[in-house]
Write a protein that binds this ligand. Structure first.
Ligand code: NAP
Length: 438
């Protein structure tokens, strides 16, 4: 059956939230109405826009007569609800209410999905409506649909992403402008890349929410926010960035979700967010400023890379409207899109099971035998050394050295034990940093 907006009654669309993303969604609904109707097969009639404040200054494209603070009544009269208010409540209650009333839902709310996704997917499934969320991971970049639909016939092995533009911008300016972390965060705030309270970004919570969503889709397994091993960028220094470069790497905050097997042969998934040294010839090393990218490795497809703008009103609205057209098509033609796929139900493994190469930077006494003592602690945990680099520093009579040890692939658990043992050696003044290498 061909799609023809003339033959199907208009569908009522409610938008919850009219901020950075909501305003751009409204703009395109208003200015691209005919084109969207032709693509979707029905006119999209904007029946209301829920906000907190009716008096706030808004873009003139938003018809003030559509604004309401009564979001609950608005969702009850819509065929499709577009949730763009963010946060957990009242977004969660409103999405559930919309679904109970038979409305399909499009949301960009990663925090809500990472916390309560399964309850929302179940409710949408029971009601026979769509719940779409392309914009919740990496803004404009199509990644939810490729993982959920295009790769449905393949086996995803690993997903590695730069999924938080703020931290990527901060690390990039530490590297290119030589800024310290605090200064780089301030610059990101001044340019609108970071919130006034940057905690969710710099502590890795935002990236962890996206990692949980991607891992759930990729491995057909429910992965919650609390399952993600998370380290933010707050402990990183300008020195870490400089040493990364000296050793041929770029420092990135990566979200990594992968299939893994424990030493006892148990299969599962590992999901973590952590600052990682990316070899400078890896495609993710070239992802600069506030851009995002997701690298997927699948059994049959091999390596795939998705790159683009991970935030911003217009780019995010692109993903939201793509979902909106899809869910409207389903309503026009009958049927619905894919439901949650969690049949694999793999255990989420403890972060200690992760295996990686590591770079360990130590400040040590400059005297004979130091390297041998450090190396013997590594050997005791079966962690083998790939390379060592030593640089001397002298300050008056005091001579110390920086030792940069890169290991072969080792279990995270063994590496942690090694670092603990090395840190108490009398010749080791300080363990300066321990970073995984991609
Ligand atoms: P925002 O600029 O802060 O806008 C939030 C909007 O929601 C505002 O219009 C606000 O009303 C309204 N709102 C908040 N609480 C409400 C409540 N209790 N009742 C009614 N309205 C309420 O947020 P945003 O940046 O557009 O983000 C929206 C969603 O998209 C979030 O889930 C976010 O994570 C996601 N997202 C954003 C981006 C991005 O680049 N911004 C990218 C990807 C995903 P007032 O206008 O009256 O304050």
């Amino acid at each position: 059956m061909a799609l023809s907006p003339g033959t199907h009654p208009p569908l009522r669309v409610a938008v919850l939230g009219c901020g950075v993303v909501g305003t751009e969604v409204v703009r395109r609904l208003v200015t691209e109405g005919d084109e969207l109707a032709a693509r979707a097969g029905a006119r999209l009639e904007l029946v209301g826009v829920a906000v907190r404040s009716l008096d706030a200054e808004r873009d003139p494209v938003v018809d003030r007569s559509l604004l309401t603070t009564d979001a609950e009544s608005l969702v009850e009269k819509a065929d499709v609800v577009v949730e763009l208010m963010g946060g957990i409540e009242p977004a969660r209650t409103l999405v559930l209410r919309a679904v109970e009333h038979g409305a399909s839902v499009v949301t960009a709310n990663k925090a809500l999905l990472a916390q309560d996704g399964p309850a929302l997917y179940d409710a949408a499934d029971a009601a026979g409506v769509d719940l779409y969320f392309e914009a919740a991971v990496a803004g404009a970049i199509p990644i939810v649909r490729p993982v959920r639909e295009s790769l449905a016939g393949d086996t995803v092995l690993r997903v590695v992403g730069i999924v938080n533009g703020t931290t990527n911008y901060v690390l990039d300016s530490m590297s290119t402008a030589g800024l310290g972390l605090e200064q780089a965060v301030k610059e990101a705030q001044a340019l609108g890349y970071a919130e006034a309270d940057p905690t969710a970004d710099v502590e890795g919570y935002d990236a962890a929410a996206k990692a949980a969503i991607l891992a759930s889709l990729a491995f057909h397994t429910r992965v919650a926010l609390g399952d993600v091993d998370r380290v933010g960028i707050t402990a990183l220094t300008a020195d870490d960035v400089t040493w990364a470069e000296r050793t041929g790497h770029v420092l990135k905050l990566l979200a990594v979700a992968e299939r893994a097997r424990t030493a006892e042969g148990r299969d599962g998934v590992l999901v973590r967010v952590q600052p990682t040294l990316v070899p400078s010839d890896h495609p993710l090393a070239g992802v600069r400023q506030a851009f995002n990218a997701v690298f997927v490795e699948a059994e049959a497809a091999g390596e795939l890379m998705f790159y683009g703008r991970g935030a911003g009103g217009a780019p995010t609205a692109s993903a939201v409207l793509g979902d909106l057209v899809s869910v409207v098509r389903h309503r026009v033609l009958g049927g619905k899109g894919p439901v949650e796929s969690s049949h694999a139900d793999l255990p989420v493994l403890d972060g200690g099971e992760a295996r990686s190469r590591y770079q360990v930077r130590l400040e040590v006494d400059d005297r004979p035998g130091v390297l041998a003592r450090v190396a013997s602690e590594l050997a005791a945990q079966d962690v083998s050394i790939e390379s060592v680099r030593q640089t001397l520093q002298t300050s008056g009579d005091d001579a110390s050295a920086t030792l940069v040890i890169t290991t072969h692939t080792a279990p995270d658990r063994a590496l942690r034990a090694t670092v603990e043992a090395v840190s108490v050696l009398d010749v080791v003044r300080r363990v300066v940093s321990v970073l995984p290498v991609l």
